[in-house]
Design a protein around this ligand. Structure first.
Ligand SMILES: [Zn+2]
Length: 262
């Protein structure tokens, strides 16, 4: 026979289950309406549990710590293509980030839609702060499908040595809110710097090859090589820094003529 304590725990778990479900529905509605920043943490508490230890309680009482819970957690973590962090498109997935922070929104702490695979850097950069406006609401990898469009571009900076500057280049079909959110996301996760550093490493690794191509076939051979490399990478990831790097370099006449360093 179950002890009184065990019975109380089970009743709390049942009540928590209902609350979690209702909270998930409100979360989805707000995400669709673009009003996630208007959600109040006080509407996402768990019944009978103080906010301070609600998350620990729900994790420790069978909603996540079971074998099934662990399997779902692992599946979500492994979901991104190439195991790339969907927030930066580069880092390796290390954790599940709570899109809306679990301490402010305990009732969403086990909602799969609120669990976003992330690399350690993005998880750290995002922190535990809920969005405060529509414009500063980070992009949600499952809900905001910006990669259906080409939005990432770069230019060759005038400075020496050659350096690429990445920026958000929104297509004309995007509304101003999506543009603002993408630019905020780009800044929040430090993507301009991250991509520039990676592009520079790539450039250093192909410099010798570019010199040989220039000597053998001139500017047109350098350009053709870079354009080919761009096409194969962009076919796989239209907004990946790799493809955008090659495309940008292939379109720069001075670069293809030898500005990469002879
Ligand atoms: Zn990341």
């Amino acid at each position: 026979m179950a002890s009184t304590k065990d019975l109380a725990r089970r009743m709390l778990l049942l009540a928590a289950g209902d609350t979690v479900e209702a909270a998930g529905a409100r979360f989805r509605q707000a995400a669709q309406a673009g009003t996630l920043h208007e959600l109040l943490g006080t509407d996402f508490t768990l019944p009978g549990l103080p906010t301070s230890n609600a998350v620990q309680w729900i994790y420790g009482n069978g909603m996540v710590s079971t074998k099934d819970g662990r399997a779902i957690y692992d599946q979500l973590k492994a979901a991104p293509v190439d195991e790339r962090c969907p927030l930066c498109g580069h880092g390796m997935v290390r954790t599940l980030d709570h899109y809306l922070p679990k301490n402010t929104f305990p009732a969403l702490c086990v909602d799969p839609l609120n669990l976003v695979p992330a690399c350690a850097d993005c998880n750290h950069a995002k922190g535990d702060v809920p969005p405060t406006s529509a414009e500063t609401t980070p992009l949600h990898p499952y809900l905001d499908h910006i990669d259906n469009d080409s939005w990432l571009d770069a230019r060759v900076a005038e400075s020496e040595p050659v350096w690429l500057e990445f920026y958000v280049s929104p297509p004309p079909t995007w509304d101003s809110l999506l543009i603002d959110r993408t630019r905020h996301h780009f800044e929040l996760f430090g993507l301009a710097e991250l991509f520039s550093v990676q592009a520079n490493r790539t450039l250093n690794s192909i410099r010798q090859l570019l010199r040989s191509a220039l000597a053998a076939g001139g500017e047109s051979l350098v350009r053709a090589y870079l354009a080919d490399e761009a096409a194969t990478r962009l076919a796989h990831r239209p907004n990946g820094w790799e493809g955008v790097t090659y495309r940008t370099l292939s379109r720069d006449g001075a670069f293809c003529s030898g500005r990469f360093g002879l």
